[in-house]
Write a protein that binds this ligand. Structure first.
Ligand code: UDP
Length: 194
């Protein structure tokens, strides 16, 4: 897939539907995929910190979350014409998880927030398989990773804020071979809990 580049930072030109159909193929091939939201703050942070740039560029899909990216695309004459926000991408992945039977794990946010978000999601998607959830203030990372691994989750949402969630995903990707889709979702559990 051709990526657009903004100040050295990759952005995927795929729409929500494009990402889902690409993911379907990657899942069938047993490949792991990571989704990261890109906004002007992250592009600027990537200018200061080569590790941030590398972290973004090494992700499978860099979604154009901020309107600033759209504006840059317009000025540059780029191929990105609409936003792909983190929270809407998560909503599309939940639909996909329900329709294709992939179980989902939710990690992050405060206990009451993640519990309420999961309850709301289950009410909206009665056939979704929830592998589990853990709040984002859990200190024992090793135990958590083992719990997620044993849960059999295929899709993992990590809501710790940036760059904490992206670093967490990178650190634990290899320990979670059963998880095939990772998305760093920032404050999205707070949105789903409302
Ligand atoms: N959070 C967490 N653990 C932490 C710090 C933050 O689970 O150690 C959660 C916090 O409760 C909130 C989310 O991470 O739900 C941060 O959302 P924010 O909107 O700040 O992230 P952004 O989208 O700006 O990266």
């Amino acid at each position: 897939m051709m990526k657009e580049k903004y100040l050295g930072v990759n952005v995927s030109p795929l729409t929500y539907e494009g990402i889902i159909s690409d993911l379907r193929v990657r899942l069938a091939e047993g490949k792991q995929s990571t989704i990261i939201a890109v906004n002007p703050e992250k592009v600027m942070s990537a200018q200061r910190d080569p590790e941030v740039k590398e972290l973004i560029n090494a992700s499978t899909y860099q979604i154009a979350d901020g309107v600033g990216i759209l504006l840059a695309a317009k000025i540059k004459g780029g191929n990105i014409h609409s936003r792909v926000t983190g929270v809407d991408m998560m909503a599309k992945l939940l639909q996909f998880a329900e329709s294709d039977g992939h179980s989902v794990y939710f990690y992050g946010a405060k206990e009451e927030v993640v519990t309420k978000a999961v309850a709301n999601i289950q009410a909206k998607h009665p056939n979704i398989q929830v592998a589990g959830h853990t709040n984002g203030y859990e200190k024992d990372e090793k135990a958590l990773v083992s719990k997620i691994h044993q849960s059999g989750a295929k899709i993992l949402f990590v809501a710790l804020g940036s760059p904490r969630q992206e670093l967490w995903i990178r650190r634990n990707l290899d320990q979670l071979p059963n998880v095939q889709v990772f998305q760093g979702v920032g404050g999205s559990f707070d949105v789903f809990s409302g």
